[in-house]
Design a binder for this molecule. Structure first.
Ligand SMILES: Cc1cc2nc3c(=O)[nH]c(=O)nc-3n(C[C@H](O)[C@H](O)[C@H](O)COP(=O)(O)O)c2cc1C
Length: 273
């Protein structure tokens, strides 16, 4: 038998400890993966609920409450961004983030507006909120784009007129807390409600896009459309400005929103429904 304090014994015990610990850590990681994935889905659903204003305190909702609101009040549809049409019989497991990286499911980002990325997914999920009679109350759209350090992911809700912002949330980003990270601040997010995406009473097309972020308080003529940027975070603010313009342009959700507006007969004095 080896003496207890021999180098070989110390080495064997350390090795055995390392193996046991690594087995424990990797089995915990594998067994918790399912729960982590579920938490991510619930976190996104919570942010959709927050953007749509379906709860006064979305952060306090339990997992089962989030799922219940989602099941009862939210209809999830897959949209082809180029045609603006719904994809029938969509695979509920379709992941737009993976699709954005897959050459067979993505396309190059074109047009005057940029989100700081080369490609985007061809299809993505949208979330419809309807009242008891089936009238569209809100539509929630996923938005993302580059800030200073990271890609910022969020949701924006439009009211039933499909031109007025109902709410906005950002649920994932790597911007600096207290600077660009203030995109998470409910006070800043609250400034977006009521803002118009396109020139009031004009068609929903790119030349009428007005939504955006200003440096400093918006002028009177911008006040209906723009929110002042985050101080000390000009680059993050510019990222939000660009991503909003992109996602509401004809290369983003523009075609879909125009089709939806004509289906819904939504008109807010606008020439195209
Ligand atoms: C540690 C550190 C973190 C920063 N984080 C951000 C950020 O998250 N977003 C951002 O736009 N600018 C950030 N900045 C500031 C930028 O470098 C840049 O100075 C700023 O965007 C200019 O904004 P201003 O014109 O409002 O001062 C950071 C700077 C430092 C030193």
């Amino acid at each position: 038998m080896l003496p207890k304090d021999s180098i070989t014994n110390t080495f064997i015990v350390s090795l055995a400890l390392c193996i046991v610990c690594s087995l424990l850590v990797s089995s915990a990681a594998v067994s918790l993966k399912g729960r982590q994935d579920e938490n991510k889905v619930v976190d996104r659903q919570r942010n959709i609920i927050a953007a749509a204003g379906l709860s006064d305190a979305p952060k306090d909702l339990s997992i089962s409450e989030v799922k219940e609101i989602f099941e009862k009040q939210v209809e999830q549809r897959l949209v082809d961004l180029d045609t603006g049409e719904y994809v029938e019989e969509a695979d509920s497991k379709f992941d737009p983030r993976k699709a954005a990286k897959d050459p067979s499911l993505n396309e190059e980002i074109e047009g005057a507006y940029s989100i700081g990325l080369k490609n985007r997914e061809k299809q993505t999920w949208v979330y419809l909120i309807k009242d008891g009679s089936g009238n569209l109350e809100k539509v929630v759209l996923p938005i993302y784009g580059k800030g200073l350090w990271s890609t910022m992911y969020g949701f924006i809700a439009l009211n039933g007129d499909l031109r007025t912002v109902g709410g906005i949330t950002f649920y994932e980003h790597g911007e600096t807390p207290g600077l660009g990270g203030e995109i998470e601040n409910p006070q800043w997010q609250g400034k977006w409600a009521g803002k118009q995406i396109w020139e009031i009473a004009q068609q929903r097309d790119d030349k009428n896009l007005r939504v955006g972020v200003t440096k400093g308080a918006p002028t009177e003529s911008d006040a209906d459309y723009k929110v002042d940027g985050l101080s000390g975070a000009t680059i993050t603010s510019r990222g939000v400005d660009s991503l909003l313009k992109y996602w509401f342009s004809s290369n983003g959700f523009g075609n879909y929103l125009n089709k939806l507006a004509s289906q819904q007969g939504a008109n807010n004095g606008s020439p195209n429904g």
